[in-house]
Design a protein around this ligand. Structure first.
Ligand SMILES: C[S@@+](CC[C@H](N)C(=O)[O-])C[C@H]1O[C@@H](n2cnc3c(N)ncnc32)[C@H](O)[C@@H]1O
Length: 314
């Protein structure tokens, strides 16, 4: 174990201790998750943890473990409040994307704790972590490792998907990252970094973004549920996609959050939406947030994170 790895582990343990101190019940759940991913995917776990540590500690004026734990628990608390509404009314509390923009994306105070919390959740939550494992494995079989990819990432947030593309497809030609929130894009910049002429950041609504040349690979990670009409973005992206291009989409079912607008009740609803657009599914897998089967997850309205590789319908 390198010195750097042991430092990031110490940092993680400090976060876990603080979470345990403040919320014993939630702590139990994530301790079990960590044990699972650490023992099943040690290399990937330490790699992602290293990125998270670097972001919080080195690039972000030494944000302490205690602050990260508090930001994370604020998000968990938001989930509980939104969850109560969702389980009572059968719909998300945030009514539309304009409301999400006004209350969340344009509010740097909320965005700052929310993005901190979402970043650490990528290693604390089994379903978040598992989707990276699936993504990385499938991507290498679907796309040519030597390809000079033109990449677009919509709402990159932590940017981990694009980080993995950049790492595995070193000949990539360009990478454009578009996010409506300035705070969120600042995080992406710190994780992905700069490479002259190749990487560009756009602080824009994706519906106002246009580009003449087509992309070979488009990432749409956890965006569909933020939109009033998610089919619109699928059709827009299919126009930005090259003829043989691939789109990677992730979206959760039954996932109440402060900025979630569009409810998918099960995996089939996600598949049907994609199939009703100009895209078709090449491969798909989903990861449930708790240790239950899919039928139980749908019945009990437990989150199922769906990941899909798609291409243009011909
Ligand atoms: C939950 S985060 C997703 C982060 C990451 N892509 C992932 O897979 O976890 C949602 C991100 O989408 C951005 N976003 C929401 N609506 C958008 C829009 N219309 N155009 C561009 N970005 C948008 C938000 O600012 C936020 O950074």
């Amino acid at each position: 174990m390198t010195n750097y790895t042991s430092q990031s582990l110490i940092f993680l343990n400090e976060i876990l201790n603080e979470i345990n101190h403040r919320d014993k019940l939630h702590s139990k759940k994530i301790e079990a998750n960590i044990q699972f991913v650490k023992s099943n995917f040690p290399n990937e776990f330490y790699e992602l943890l290293g990125l998270v540590y670097q972001y919080y500690f080195k690039d972000n004026n030494n944000v302490g473990a205690s602050k990260i734990a508090q930001d994370y628990l604020k998000m968990i608390n938001d989930y509980r409040v939104d969850g109560l509404y969702f389980y009572k009314h059968g719909k998300y509390r945030c009514e539309n994307q304009q409301m999400a923009f006004e209350k969340v994306y344009s509010n740097s105070e909320i965005m700052s704790y929310y993005m901190n919390a979402l970043l650490i959740s990528q290693v604390l939550w089994k379903h978040h972590f598992n989707i990276f494992i699936y993504f990385q494995k499938q991507l290498k079989t679907i796309l040519n490792r030597e390809a000079k990819l033109k990449v677009l990432d919509v709402g990159p947030g932590h940017g981990f998907f694009s980080y993995l593309v950049k790492k595995n497809f070193v000949n990539y030609q360009k990478m454009d990252l578009v996010d409506i929130s300035e705070t969120s894009l600042l995080m992406t910049k710190k994780i992905i970094g700069y490479e002259e002429d190749k990487i560009k950041y756009f602080n824009k609504d994706i519906f106002l973004f246009d580009e003449d040349s087509k992309y070979d690979f488009i990432v749409l990670g956890e965006i569909l549920e933020h939109l009033d009409n998610p089919k619109e973005i699928l059709n827009k992206l299919s126009q930005l996609l090259s003829e043989d291009g691939v789109v990677w989409i992730t979206t959760p079912t039954n996932s109440p959050a402060i900025d979630h607008v569009f409810l998918f009740k099960n995996r089939q609803e996600v598949h049907s939406l994609v199939e009703s657009s100009n895209l078709e599914i090449i491969d798909s897998q989903s990861f449930i947030a708790e240790d239950v089967d899919e039928k139980t997850a749908d019945e009990k309205r437990i989150t199922n994170l769906v990941g899909l590789f798609c291409r243009k319908k011909h």
